[in-house]
Design a protein around this ligand. Structure first.
Ligand code: ADP
Ligand code: ZN
Ligand code: ZN
Length: 731
């Protein structure tokens, strides 16, 4: 008698907290393979999590798998377990976790084989062609880009030069100026290795410590100011890992993964490097993912989602700028890539290096408790001195357009000496408020609890929360007055003021208004680096990555934003940002100066910055966290709800709170439901409920039972709700 087909437990991409059972086809299917299954009236691609002899449902009710997509499992047991842990820890539906972790093409059921990627090059005719004769600007810019590039360019590289690249390249091919080739999926870019420098004593000690525990889970907190040589430590630790035939996973924050960083890795290692970031085409992503999974890429360098790349021979994990908020996904599966990476290292029993100039308080506390080993790089590698940090007491200084006289004088001095200045202001637009001087009316967003921001360049008022925009209001809707003016400063206003003050200066601005397309940020940073600009004004976009040897002045405008915020992470983030932007100054032989404009010069955060005393800041901030009972002294989860009215959102949370309280898990407290700090956003009302516990275990015990109850109830249908485990902001 033929054996009855096995039952498969399948993770299917639905918002439900469970797997679904299907009947397996004749030859057995292994765990980790993808299957196409009927689901309601649809057909979905799921992943087999386990097989069993039987189901809780009667066999007659089970449906058959329609198609097996992988002969050999797509994911190893180990990856299946990692994603299972992720679903448990973040209390997120398992099917959605798998969907989040897989490249889109695999999610859609595409075969797990790498296609070569298409690359474009100039033909002889293209090389001889006169760019100026082409009518379409997009064709001109592509032709110029291809002429400049040392090697053929991929689709995503072309997309950086023109939004209309696809049509333009077709046209160029028709004219015989451009040809396309298939390039094998992943290539070794360099065979000329850059020489590794001789490490200084601190770097050597760090490398030796990491190398001493090759097959052990040990987390290292590598704390070193910008330019202290952390990346060099990573590179040499990776070299040792590769020498042992193992793979290294390197995570970097989204905006820090620049072509320069990739180039630095490629120049050092003559091995294929799988680079994973949001700018890839889906074909490129699949190629990199498969190269990592098949062990063909010894190094995987990527942003947040690369934390889920399969690595059969993982030997080392590195998380650069481990404090960076971009490691936390803010929607869907709200995971922290850093924390997933730590868990991965512990599963794989390999070392993990968490590097930062200003580590998160959570990691610092782990180091203090000796769970992480602290490695310090106290000096700058190039022997450059630390910048001198000075506070400008804005209570005593008159500022005009946000720039105080001492700051202006310092900028003028830099211009006179041919040196560069960076000005950091975390607010884009011309001014954050558009105000009536007759009656004090402030232009509000109709859909958010927020003011509209005045953008002078486009003569618009814009909401930075929901994206609404309208022409500038010329007559006050409240008193009819006509004297409406901008109040306060954003980057656009600073740029304008600088242009008036220093008409000769070359000024660049970096924020989301001036940097919209890929490659533009790079181009501006490059211009600064190459000395084509004198002053760079920008938001936190400029705090990352780059070093500018000729920058000798950093001005921090409006440093007080975040000092007395209701968000428990705000001071820490402010400190990290100022430290990071200060790190741009005086890297070479020229000493740098940092000027911070503040109305609160007595604040402990600034005292610590002036003395370059990270530990003093940590003492202050940890004491504050302990007093308020926030992480790392407690564990948090935030239940958010969003609805058409305040009452509906709050009613759901009150109901949820009652459910949670009824679970009676001791050691966990549920706050009263409250409107979110910015309650209305995009016309929806938002409310939240904070769950707090002094230990992790009871918190997760409660959350596990709770989310299932919430997901299965009718009450939840009136709202959009989500659970955020270890939230990084409480908004
Ligand atoms: P971080 O990652 O901490 O910002 P980097 O590793 O990028 O620091 O080092 C900063 C600069 O110093 C780089 O130009 C790097 O090449 C150089 N550098 C790092 N370590 C050494 C060393 N031991 N000897 C000489 N130069 C070094
Ligand atoms: Zn008015
Ligand atoms: Zn709005």
């Amino acid at each position: 008698m033929p054996k009855a087909p096995a039952v498969l437990h399948v993770a299917v991409p639905t918002p439900l907290y469970r797997t679904f059972d299907y009947l397996a086809p004749a030859p057995a299917i292994a765990v980790g393979a993808r299957v196409r299954v009927p689901f309601g009236r649809r057909e979905l691609v799921g992943v087999v999590l386990s097989t069993a002899g039987d189901s809780e449902l009667p066999r007659a009710k089970l449906k058959h798998v329609r198609q097996v997509l992988d002969d050999t499992p797509l994911l190893s047991q180990d990856m299946v377990a990692l994603l299972g842990w992720t679903a448990d820890y973040y209390h997120h539906p398992i099917g959605e976790v798998f969907a989040t972790a897989l490249p889109v093409l695999l999610r859609q059921g595409r075969a797990a084989t790498a296609q070569g990627e298409r690359v474009y090059r100039l033909t002889d005719a293209g090389r001889a062609a006169d760019v100026a004769t082409l009518r379409a600007a997009s064709q001109r810019s592509l032709l110029a880009a291809l002429a400049r590039a040392p090697e053929p360019l991929t689709a995503s590289a072309l997309a950086e030069h023109s939004a209309a690249w696809s049509r333009a390249v077709q046209a160029l091919m028709k004219k015989g100026l451009v040809a396309a080739d298939e390039r094998p999926c992943l290539t070794v870019h360099s065979v000329v290795c850059s020489e590794a420098p001789v490490l200084n004593a601190a770097q050597q000690a760090a490398c030796a410590a990491i190398a001493a525990t090759p097959d052990t889970f040990q987390a290292y907190l590598l704390h070193g100011i910008t330019g202290s040589g952390k990346t060099e430590v990573y590179l040499q630790a990776i070299a040792a890992t590769l020498a042992r035939g193992r793979q290294a996973l390197v995570l970097v924050p989204e905006i820090a993964l620049t072509p320069q960083v990739v180039a630095r890795f490629r120049a050092r290692f003559a091995v294929p490097i799988a680079v994973l970031h949001s700018g890839l085409t889906e074909t490129e992503r699949l190629c990199a993912w498969l190269a990592a999974r098949d062990g063909l890429a010894p190094i995987v360098l990527g942003t947040r989602s690369a934390a889920f790349t399969p690595l059969p021979k993982l030997g080392l994990v590195i998380v650069d700028e481990e404090h960076d908020a971009s490691y936390k996904q803010q929607d869907g599966l709200r995971y922290s890539a850093r924390d997933v990476a730590v868990y991965r290292a512990s599963r794989a029993k390999v070392p993990i290096v968490l590097g930062s100039a200003s580590p998160s308080l959570e990691s610092v506390q782990h180091a203090r408790a000796k769970r992480y080993r602290l490695l310090e790089l106290p000096e700058r590698a190039g022997a450059a001195a630390l910048p001198e940090v000075q506070l400008l007491d804005m209570r005593r200084l008159k500022s005009h357009d946000g720039l105080s006289p001492p700051l202006r004088a310092s900028i003028a001095a830099r211009l006179a000496r041919g040196e560069q200045t960076l000005l950091f202001l975390n607010r884009r637009g011309f001014s954050p408020v558009w105000m009536c001087h007759g009656c004090g009316w402030l232009a509000p967003c109709a859909r958010c609890d927020a003011r509209l921001v005045y953008h002078r360049g486009t003569r618009q008022l814009r909401c930075h929360h929901c994206g609404a925009e309208q022409p500038v209001v010329e007559a006050c809707p409240s008193c009819g007055g006509a004297e409406l003016k901008p109040l306060g400063e954003g980057t656009e206003r600073i740029e304008t003021a600088l242009t008036e003050l220093f008409p000769q200066a070359r000024i660049e601005r970096i924020d989301r208004d001036t940097v919209r397309r890929k490659g533009e940020l790079e181009a501006k940073l490059e211009a600064m680096h190459a000395g084509h600009a004198d002053i760079l004004v920008g938001t936190q976009m400029l705090t990352k990555g780059h070093d500018f040897p000729n920058v000798t002045l950093v001005g921090v405008l409006n440093a007080d934003q975040g000092l007395y915020s209701s968000d428990f992470h705000a001071t820490e983030r402010l400190f990290q940002q100022i430290l990071q932007v200060s790190g741009r100054a005086g890297r070479a032989d020229k000493p740098g100066q940092v000027l911070i404009q503040t109305w609160h010069p007595q604040h402990a955060l600034f005292a610590a910055l002036v003395r370059h005393d990270f530990n003093a800041f940590v003492e202050y901030a940890l004491a504050e966290r302990r007093e308020t009972d926030f992480p790392p002294f407690s564990y948090l989860a935030l239940l958010r709800a969003e609805a058409a009215t305040r009452e509906v959102a709050l009613r759901f949370l009150r109901w949820a709170r009652a459910q949670g309280t009824a679970l009676a898990v001791s050691g966990v407290s549920l706050s009263e439901p409250l409107p979110a700090p910015m309650e209305r956003r995009g016309g929806r009302f938002r409310a939240q409920l904070l769950v707090q516990a002094s230990e992790r275990r009871p918190l997760h015990r409660l959350l596990g039972a709770w989310v299932r109850a919430l997901s299965e109830t009718r009450e939840a249908r009136a709202v959009r709700w989500s659970l955020d485990v270890d939230p990084v902001d409480l908004y």
